[in-house]
Ligand binder design. Structure first.
Ligand SMILES: *Cc1c(COP(=O)(O)O)cnc(C)c1O
Length: 380
């Protein structure tokens, strides 16, 4: 009997996506900022408390907008973790800025707030914390440091949709925040994202930058009688077809998150004894953080060959994957960025991490098989 394959990810659909896309077509408005886009904007604003939410093509383009909006320029420095996706750095490198990589915390794998202040120079403009696995950074500490040094805070909350910190929504705590709705995330639209503008003073310029540098939004609201070129900008708005898909997911966002957290919790219980026997380390969620079950990862002991573990899992029809190659050790990271200190935790933790299959509909029996096979590989 062939063993059933357990993929790492399976994009979830609620079943309403295609109907809403047909509805968008029926409205005869397929370009950006139609009815579904407006509903999505309101939903994000109501849920997170941000001053203005703007859908974008991706989290990458939301970060690109953030860099434009803050007038990041040549030689500016942005403090961020090295353990992140390339987009956190690229957005600023595109403007000529230098990513300054700071080490991560052992427990959450998030930017270590205790190391930030020593990395600040007269050229530092902003801090870009990344909420890895939907578990918040220590935002009170980061915001306090930013205030003290007059820096902006741009949250990369790509993985943080529906997650919180002390009851506040991730993405809505810094000056700006960004979400991703890529198919590998919790709430999806294929490719998609949003910029969360939390500083009201940045709202009107954000709308202009997103509309190719024009004041088209003001024109549509009847605030001006024609629209013209006002500022730099590009086309950052997705079509209402994408927004229609996304709306179906927003309607179910509570349930999707609840079910993912339940799957996460099942892994956590199943793997407790392996942790007690020192065979792996489970994720840590500080008491202040309300996570969203985005990733279930484990950290392998230093003496274990990670590639061999992934190969063994694969031979048992289980797809498990590693995650980021630290940016400071990548060719572009070395060319454009600067490492602050040794980044030894970034290096060692990133080399020992694997992510287990995680998707809506993953059954308890499948999770048990993943944990049994992992236990057999790591030696019980
Ligand atoms: C997924 C991800 C991104 C990029 O999101 P896109 O929507 O694919 O552009 C950026 N940062 C982090 C931390 C991510 O996980």
């Amino acid at each position: 009997m062939a063993t059933e394959f357990i993929p790492f990810n399976r994009p979830y659909a609620t079943g309403k996506e295609l109907g809403y896309i047909a509805e968008a077509h029926g409205h005869l408005h397929l370009s950006g900022d139609g009815r579904f886009s407006k509903r999505c904007h309101q939903w994000i604003e109501q849920r997170t408390g941000c001053a203005k939410a703007l859908l974008t093509h991706s989290c990458t383009s939301a970060l690109d907008m953030a860099a434009l909006l803050l007038d990041i320029t040549s030689g500016d420095e942005i403090i961020m973790p090295s353990y992140t996706f390339v987009s956190t750095a690229n957005a600023f490198v595109l403007r000529g800025a230098v990513p300054v990589f700071v080490d991560i915390r052992e427990d959450t794998l998030n930017l270590d707030e205790r190391l930030i202040e020593a990395a600040i120079t007269p050229r530092t403009r902003a801090i870009a914390p990344v909420h890895y696995a939907g578990v918040s950074c220590d935002m009170d500490a980061i915001v306090a440091i930013a205030k003290r040094h007059h820096l902006a805070v741009i949250e990369d909350a790509a993985q943080g949709v529906m997650a919180g910190y002390k009851g506040r929504a991730l993405g809505a705590i810094g000056d700006l925040g960004s979400f991703s709705f890529h198919e590998t995330k919790n709430i999806i639209s294929g490719e998609g994202g949003a910029l969360l503008v939390n500083d009201p003073a940045l709202v009107s310029r954000a709308e202009i930058i997103r509309e190719k540098g024009t004041d088209r939004d003001r024109f549509f609201r009847g605030e001006v009688d024609k629209y013209t070129w006002q500022d730099v900008g590009s086309s950052f708005l997705p079509s209402d077809i994408n927004a229609a898909f996304l709306w179906a997911q927003f309607e179910e966002a509570e349930r999707i998150t609840r079910e993912r957290v339940a799957i996460w919790q099942r892994y956590h219980i199943m793997l407790e004894s392996l942790e007690h026997r020192g065979r792996l380390r489970r994720p840590v969620v500080p008491a202040d953080c309300q996570h969203n079950g985005h990733i279930y990862y484990v950290i392998l002991p230093p003496d274990i060959d990670r590639q061999a573990v992934l190969r063994e899992l694969k031979s048992h029809a289980i797809q498990s994957v590693f995650h980021y190659v630290p940016l400071h050790s990548s060719p572009a990271g070395q060319r454009f960025g600067r490492a602050h200190g040794e980044l030894s935790l970034t290096t060692s933790l990133s080399e020992r991490l694997i992510r287990l299959p995680m998707w809506l509909g993953l059954a308890e029996a499948q999770q048990q098989r993943v944990c049994d096979v992992l236990g057999a590989i790591l030696g019980k």
